[in-house]
Design a protein around this ligand. Structure first.
Ligand SMILES: [Ca+2]
Length: 528
């Protein structure tokens, strides 16, 4: 053995020994050493201490303010075709709360969720996020790459979670005491997938507006696009007609919950018919709906049925979600009326039929749905039996917006009802899985209803202190100023004004159980 080689060996070993004996060693030194980690199937690309202050994530236009942390960039390759990029951020020893928070993605992602990681870090969490195994939101990534589709569907979050806990352990000298997952939209899908498939990964899971009924949701998008476009692909419902609809819906149904506050508490109780906005002969067509527009809106509310069996394939979108805000995602614009082709048509072209020229006009709602559910069942996360997650002591907190224009809340309600039925009833299910609906909230945030609330704080209390959340207090802000607070009640309870005091203050509301719905279809069958 040459002297130089021995010297190199000593240099390589000494920091490892030093770190093992004194876990509170200089964060900068220990962080850089993480580059030499040898987790099977994982390559660490870089490990470096980041100073407190402004941090500009890759690809971002704006910087974020962060506390000092150890930044680890890594790639996981569970299969030869996998390339799952992820990052692990670990606070400095004195700032670390001893816990880990995995954060979720949006859409088909292909991007690490830096803002959510920064939020976790500021709360003292070690945190991780992944690009789910490909770059960008384009669905072509899975063309000829079935393993990459599995990585996106569920594997990336799991391998990120397992590897990240090891990275945290090797940096701090101990595994996180608790692990939480927090995601909305596709992140909500990931959250439910973790509870169903990898119950050991997380002690507590937050699933927001979950797009977990993915296959049927995609059929729902296709149906909604066809319903709102002419055969030549031109839109039937122009942008200006959407707020017109919401305004009329709210006028018609706001009072059904007993309080005229601009919010429809439960859109399932609202049966507004768009024909009430029908244009009369000679009327100004900008302020009314033409016959095709009335028909398009009706189909949006009705959802898609199997023409052979009559089965409801996927629920329609709720009344009140048509156009309640200026942003395209605060209306049907982003996912339904504005895309030049059906949203997620790539599912059919690249995932299902392997036919890049597939024409949406050829859809067979019966045969093609059966084929999709047979070929790609792993794309959805609709398992109702959560007993493994319950058994390990896991806690699951789900929420959604009653005015969500992207993921219909009726489908989320249907999933919770189905789980409650499978898991021994509502009371037994609430022991580990609680659901909160936010009236007037859009997709994950925004909307006329109170839409900001701290799910992580509630989940921490539940997991760590055994204090199960009975309600969440939500706020609504205008131009950064809170102008209304309201409790979000434990499903199926609803918030009712006590009859005195301001209707803008949560303290003046109580959570009550309402009479069950009559004659209203409550569930989307076949969510499995
Ligand atoms: Ca109301």
């Amino acid at each position: 053995m040459t002297r130089r080689f021995v010297a190199a060996l000593v240099v390589a070993i000494v920091p490892t020994l030093f770190e093992a004996i004194t876990p509170a060693a200089s964060a900068a030194t220990a962080c850089a050493n993480l580059a030499a980690l040898t987790i099977p199937g994982v390559s660490v690309r870089s490990a470096a201490a980041v100073a407190a202050g402004p941090f500009t994530p890759p690809g971002a236009r704006q910087d974020m303010t962060v506390p000092a942390f150890c930044r680890v960039e890594a790639v996981a390759r569970p299969t030869s075709d996998s390339e799952i990029k992820f990052e692990v951020w670990i606070p400095q020893a004195e700032a670390w709360n001893g816990k880990f928070e995995g954060v979720g993605n949006g859409g088909y992602s292909g991007a690490i969720g830096y803002p959510a990681m920064a939020a976790a870090l500021r709360r003292g969490y070690a945190t991780a996020s992944t690009d789910t195994g490909h770059a960008g939101d384009d669905m072509k990534f899975a063309q000829g790459h079935p393993e990459k589709l599995i990585d996106w569907a569920y594997r990336s979050i799991h391998v990120m979670t397992e590897a990240s806990k090891l990275v945290v352990r090797n940096h701090t000298g101990r595994f996180p005491e608790r692990a939480y997952f927090n995601g909305c939209s596709s992140g909500g899908h990931q959250a439910l997938s973790e509870a169903q498939r990898f119950p050991e990964d997380y002690d507590g899971i937050i699933a927001g507006d979950p797009a977990h009924n993915r296959i049927r949701q995609t059929f729902g998008f296709l149906h909604s696009w066809i319903a709102t476009h002419h055969k030549d692909g031109t839109p039937i419902l122009p942008p200006a007609k959407l707020p017109l609809l919401t305004k009329a819906v709210v006028e018609a149904c706001d009072g059904l919950d007993g309080l005229r506050d601009g919010i429809i508490d439960d859109p399932r109780r609202c049966h507004f018919d768009p024909a009430r906005l029908s244009c009369r002969a000679g009327s100004d067509e900008s302020a009314c709906l033409t016959a095709p527009q009335v028909e398009a809106a009706r189909k949006m509310y009705e959802g898609v049925k199997n023409p052979r069996t009559g089965e409801q394939i996927f629920s329609g979108w709720p009344r009140g979600s048509e156009g309640f805000g200026d942003s395209p995602i605060q209306s049907w614009r982003q996912y339904v009326t504005e895309p030049p082709e059906p949203m997620r048509v790539g599912f059919f072209r690249y995932f299902l039929f392997h036919d890049p020229n597939w024409d949406w006009r050829t859809i067979d709602w019966d045969r093609d749905l059966a084929y999709a559910e047979q070929k790609l069942p792993f794309m959805s996360a609709v398992e109702r039996d959560l007993s493994a997650f319950r058994k390990r002591g896991g806690k699951l907190l789900m929420y959604t917006g009653w005015a969500d224009p992207v993921v219909p809340p009726q489908d989320t309600v249907a999933y919770y009802d189905a789980v409650a039925k499978a898991m021994g009833g509502l009371e037994r299910t609430r022991e580990f899985f609680r659901f909160f609906l936010a009236p007037g909230m859009g997709h994950c945030s925004g909307g006329p209803g109170p839409n900001q609330f701290d799910t992580l704080a509630a989940l921490e209390q539940w997991v760590e202190k055994g204090a199960a959340p009975e309600k969440l207090v939500a706020t609504h802000s205008t131009n950064g100023r809170v102008d209304r607070t309201r409790p979000l009640c434990l499903y199926p309870q609803v918030a009712r004004w006590k009859g005195t005091g301001s209707t803008d203050e949560a303290a003046n509301f109580s959570c009550v159980t309402e009479a069950p719905l009559n004659g209203v279809r409550r569930t989307t069958p076949g969510t499995r």
